[in-house]
Write a protein that binds this ligand. Structure first.
Ligand code: ZN
Ligand code: ZN
Length: 338
């Protein structure tokens, strides 16, 4: 089969023929229809410090966001039948630790990741553990099915921010920021602000919903918010500067949902947050499966207008071009078709 392989602990991928995989006990074989490039794939492609430190399988097939059809079942698999349209939840829980047993399997103590620690979906076929495969309605188009994993992060962020009736400020209009803004709107936020330094991303955001869009390099936050502050900040940039500059515009009793990963330490006036009774809340991935249930419901009701986020599509063999577009920020969500 055609595949994108991380062959060595060095930058780049190799497009090559790999052996067709077969499902073991508890695994499902899927034929991949569409996959999507995630921010973490860019790190793996560039082989930066983050990629070097997370135990990536090398050599191994990369990619974790995808939609496909079930074509084969390993021993003991009972939740799927051949022909099901499926998407993949990247988090592979152990099913045995305290967190798993208490409904928090998305942050399992022994978490491993599909497409990082296992072979992933930048290929014609992929083997997925039954425990992290998700059957999705046939009425969800393939291109949308391929982005449910990152959309779920935005959904989870908006849910944790308890955004209904609130004024929400989303920092960053990359895929996760954009999906957080779309989810906030779908969940009934009173108003949604979204910022980015790249105009192309703000243009895409304006096609997805009625957001208050601003470029912090051009418009100061005081001008954006005036006297009224935000109830919720959803931080997706991973930029210490973006976050610390936004914090003073969070209301007393507000919540900052932390999604972006910061490359280093940041300096923050914690006493100021204490006095304002601010909640800082990290999220990681999506709840299994409450986030997926809600996301599907809202998609089927037409409340999540995320199609404009898919700015580019390439055949798998043109991956170099696809990664270039994704890395330089020209594209928001870039898809690959095997
Ligand atoms: Zn992802
Ligand atoms: Zn566990």
């Amino acid at each position: 089969m055609k595949s994108l392989v991380k062959e060595h602990e060095a930058p780049g991928f190799t497009f090559k023929e790999s052996e067709n995989p077969t499902p073991d006990k508890g695994e499902v074989l899927i034929s991949v229809k569409v996959s999507a490039i995630c921010g973490s794939d860019l790190h793996i492609y560039q082989w930066d410090n983050w990629a070097k430190g997370v135990g990536i399988k090398v050599p191994g097939i990369s990619g974790h966001e995808c939609v496909g059809k079930v074509v084969g079942l390993g021993e003991g698999v009972t939740s799927f039948v051949v022909g099901d349209q499926v998407s993949v939840e990247t988090h592979i829980p152990c099913g045995e630790c305290e967190l798993c047993l208490n409904g928090n399997q998305h942050i399992c103590e022994n978490l491993t990741y599909f497409g990082l620690h296992t072979d992933g979906c930048f290929a014609e076929w992929a083997v997925v553990p039954e425990v992290c495969l998700r059957k999705i309605p046939d009425s969800i188009p393939e291109e949308i099915g391929a982005i449910l994993e990152p959309l779920g992060v935005g959904m989870h962020a908006a849910q944790v921010g308890d955004v209904q009736g609130k004024k929400v400020a989303v920092l960053g209009a990359g895929p996760i920021g954009l999906y957080s803004a779309c989810a906030s709107l779908a969940l009934g936020a009173e108003s949604v602000y979204i910022s980015d330094l790249k105009q192309a991303r703000l243009d895409v955001a304006s096609q997805c919903g009625d957001f208050n869009i601003f470029n912090p390099a051009e418009t100061g936050l005081t001008d954006v918010f005036g006297d009224s502050k935000a109830d919720v900040i959803i931080e997706t940039t991973g930029s210490g500067r973006a976050f610390t500059e936004a914090v003073p515009y969070l209301k007393k009793g507000g919540i900052a949902v932390m999604v972006g990963l910061f490359p280093g330490d940041i300096s923050l006036d914690l006493s100021g947050l204490v006095a304002k009774e601010i909640t800082l809340r990290g999220i990681h991935g999506r709840r299994m499966w409450e986030t997926w249930d809600l996301m599907e419901e809202l998609l089927l009701e037409g409340k999540l207008n995320v199609a404009p986020s898919i700015t580019h599509q390439f055949p798998l063999e043109d991956f170099e071009e696809a990664f270039k577009v994704a890395i330089n920020g020209e594209g928001v969500k870039v898809l690959l078709k095997p």
